[in-house]
Structure formats: structure tokens, C-alpha cells
Write a protein that binds this ligand. Structure first.
Ligand code: ADP
Length: 400
């Protein structure tokens, strides 16, 4: 699977038949003179190649050489049957992962204005792979697709109707690959049917969002038209009064672009604390008495518990609460802060179990009315699994 950013290509190569990760790596600073590619075959030492990579095409070509070369894990490119591509925005066009053909590419291009930083590099990766691996099935796995089941009264904004029809302005939601993966894992862990559970998944990383899942489908989420909305995040402000934007531009004398840069990159817990966007730093600083860090952690956890409270009404109660991503998986302190405000729902944590970091575990106490789980997200494996399912259908159809 490939995850292409503006100057990076992250990749993982799986043998899905035996559920094995064979290799992976990262091409970094594509387009600059100090680009590099760090590649590791499973169980072997990482190997860093310094090579000028000007385009995503060149990066993919180099990755294929590494997979098939001396340190490689396959003999020939034709052994790759399918490539899964993370695509951030699929607009209203895609409700699930899809095999890429010319028609699909056109629709994905139409979504680029909705995610101008993400979709164009995602598409560069797809185009490079189509050229270099013409026989392989290319599959687009979309961050937005999972949320296409959200009903209209939840995804519409109360703006004049033509804003939706003319400009596609609506809630899309993101982190769908992660929310869907951990929701499915939670049902497996509890050994019950996913469809029977009312679940809220908390994806708390640099970006953070919640998702309410009922009947096995996303029914609402905290991110919106863009990933700037919803919870307070590492550097993003989350929900604010939109009237703040023109006020801030006037008072600070900044352009709209700079105002958006402030909201995206200088706000969130970084902005509030004035110290860091990294929760490990903030927890350390707060312990040492730094007031800004204490406030940032209070605001972050309050915004998450308030979000959970609001989504409970979406699904009419709560059976399972899942914590995932960097902060959700690794911070007992944040989980405890969030859950302590959810006592009224019958949420109760087992203190010792809540000390877990980065491992699947139920952390609620036996008398908790809500099962609380820590589930490390694995978006790469989820993309690979989606890709396998789509590719198998195509290959089967071609064969019959
Ligand atoms: P993203 O994928 O959105 O870039 P991650 O899911 O990797 O982000 O999460 C990164 C965040 O996880 C960082 O802010 C970091 O502070 C936080 N994090 C990682 N380990 C810990 C930890 N042990 N305690 C608290 N926070 C942690």
C-alpha cells in the first residue's frame, strides 16, 4: 500500500495470502536535493539510500527496484497483484474502496479542490503505479468513504441550500479508515456482532476526531468539510465561532491565508500551551507546574468528553468506547481525564489496566456500563485488507 504526501511516499508491502508484512519504508523530501529513501525488509536492518528523487514517479520506481533487487523480497514487479492507495477525499462519489479506472480518476480529480494538499499527491502515486505496474489492480481507499452513511440532517450545514448544490459544502468527515478498522476490531475483541453495538471511536493523534457508529455504520463524526473542524487538536483549533476569522484578520493585520495558517498550524494544544503539540511534552510540563500546558490538556480532554456526550444522542446510548491513535493508545492520563467526565454514562476505568500503552486491551472495570477499549489503529493493514477484497473481486471477474 502507498500513502503519498506532497513530498513523501510511505509504503508497506504485504503478502495477504499469509497475512505477512514483507517490507516497508519512506521516501522523504521528494523534489528537494536532499531526498532519501529508507527501506527495510521485514526482520532486516533499515537501509537508507540517498538519491535525488524529483517526482513521485521516481520514488515509486526506486521502491520497485528495492522490492525486486538484491535486498528485495520478490523477483519481479509482476508478482505485485494490487496496490492500495490512501486517498484523503472522495467527496460524495465513493461509499467504499474502489478499483481505479479512468472514470474513477476523473472523479478523484474533481475532489482535489476539497483537499488541495492531499488529493493531488495521492493521485500522483496512483498515476505512477498505473504506469509502472500496468497489470496490477490499483485500489483507492478513501478516508471519507466510511462517513458517507451519515444522514443528511447530520451532514448538512445550515447555509443557503445552493452552497451544497453548487459547491458541495457539507460535512465529509475523515479518519474513516481508522474509525472503521478499530470499530470492527472492537466487535471481534468482545466477540459480538458489530451491527449490534453502539460505539464511539476516539481517534486522538496529531489530528483528532470522534465517530458515532450504530448498526455497523458511521452515523456522525466530529470533523467536517475539512479536517480543521471538531475537537481541539495538536496544532488545529477545532470548532470555533466562524466570526473569529475576519475579526482576527483585522486585529492582527493578516491575510486570509495567514489566518488559516494560524488556525491549522499555530493553534490547538500548541497554541494554547505555547510549548508543544506533543502530548508527552505537555504532560511533563503540566506536572512541572506549567499553567499553559495544564490548560491545553484540560481543554483537549474537555473537548473530547463533550464530543462523546454529544454523539451519545446520535446512537441513543453507548455500549463501547474505543481509544486509538498516538494519544488515545499511549496516554493513560488523557483517557482518564476524558472518562472521568463520562461517569454519568456509567463509564468506569480500571486504573491498572488503563496504564496500558500501545496494546489492545479492555480498560474498563468489570462494573462499567460501557466497555472501554484501547485498540492500536493500523491504517496500513486496513488499506491492504480493503485492497485485497476489491482486487480479488476484479481478478475473479477477469478469470471467469
Ligand atoms: P498522526 O498520525 O495524526 O500524525 P499519531 O497518531 O502518530 O498522529 O499521534 C501523534 C501524537 O501521539 C503526538 O502528539 C504524541 O504526543 C502522542 N503520543 C505518542 N506517544 C505518547 C505517549 N506515550 N503519551 C502521550 N502522548 C503520546
Amino acid at each position: 500500500m502507498l500513502n503519498c504526501g506532497s513530498s513523501t511516499v510511505k509504503y508497506k508491502f504485504f503478502n495477504m495470502k499469509d497475512n505477512l508484512l514483507l517490507a516497508g519504508g519512506l521516501a522523504d523530501r521528494i523534489g528537494s536535493s536532499d531526498s532519501s529513501l529508507a527501506h527495510a525488509a521485514a526482520g532486516r536492518k533499515e537501509h537508507v539510500c540517498r538519491e535525488v528523487l524529483t517526482t513521485h514517479d521516481q520514488a515509486v520506481e526506486k521502491i520497485l527496484r528495492l522490492l525486486t533487487g538484491e535486498r528485495g523480497v520478490i523477483n519481479h514487479v509482476s508478482e505485485i497483484h494490487a496496490v492500495g492507495h490512501r486517498v484523503v477525499h472522495g467527496g460524495c462519489y465513493f461509499r467504499e474502496s474502489v478499483a481505479v479506472d479512468n472514470e474513477v480518476l476523473k472523479l478523484l480529480e474533481k475532489c482535489s479542490p476539497l483537499a488541495p494538499l492531499h488529493n493531488p499527491p495521492n493521485l500522483s502515486g496512483i498515476n505512477a503505479c498505473r504506469k509502472l505496474m500496468p497489470a496490477a489492480v490499483q485500489v483507492a481507499v478513501l478516508d471519507t468513504a466510511y462517513h458517507q452513511t451519515i444522514p443528511d440532517y447530520a451532514f448538512m450545514y445550515a447555509l443557503p441550500h445552493n452552497m451544497y448544490h453548487d459547491h458541495s459544502i457539507r460535512k465529509y468527515g475523515f479518519h474513516g479508515i481508522s474509525h472503521s478498522y478499530v470499530a470492527a476490531r472492537s466487535a471481534s475483541m468482545l466477540n459480538v456482532m458489530l451491527e449490534s453495538l453502539r460505539i464511539i471511536t476516539c481517534h486522538l493523534g496529531n489530528g483528532a476526531s470522534l465517530c458515532a457508529i450504530g448498526g455497523g455504520r458511521s452515523l456522525d463524526t466530529t470533523m467536517g468539510f475539512t479536517p480543521l473542524a471538531g475537537l481541539i487538536m495538536g496544532t488545529r483549533c477545532g470548532d470555533i465561532d466562524p466570526a473569529i476569522i475576519p475579526f482576527l484578520m483585522e486585529k492582527e493585520g493578516v491575510s486570509l491565508a495567514e489566518a488559516m495558517n494560524i488556525l491549522n498550524r499555530k493553534s490547538g494544544v500548541l497554541g494554547v500551551s505555547g510549548v508543544s503539540a506533543d502530548f508527552r511534552d505537555l504532560e511533563g510540563a503540566a506536572l512541572a507546574g506549567h499553567q499553559g500546558s495544564r490548560l491545553a490538556l484540560d481543554m483537549f480532554s474537555y473537548s473530547a468528553s463533550r464530543g462523546v456526550g454529544s454523539l451519545v444522542s446520535t446512537i441513543g446510548g453507548l455500549d463501547v468506547l474505543v481509544f486509538t491513535a498516538g494519544v488515545g493508545e499511549n496516554s493513560p492520563d488523557i483517557r482518564q481525564r476524558i472518562c472521568s467526565r463520562l461517569n454519568y454514562l456509567g463509564v468506569s476505568l480500571d486504573e491498572e489496566r488503563n496504564s496500558v500503552k500501545g496494546k489492545e486491551l479492555e480498560i474498563s472495570s468489570p462494573d462499567s456500563a460501557v466497555r472501554v477499549l484501547v485498540i492500536p489503529t493500523d491504517e496500513e493493514r486496513a488499506i491492504a485488507e480493503e485492497t485485497r477484497q476489491v482486487a480479488e473481486k476484479i481478478i475473479h471477474r477477469k478469470g471467469s
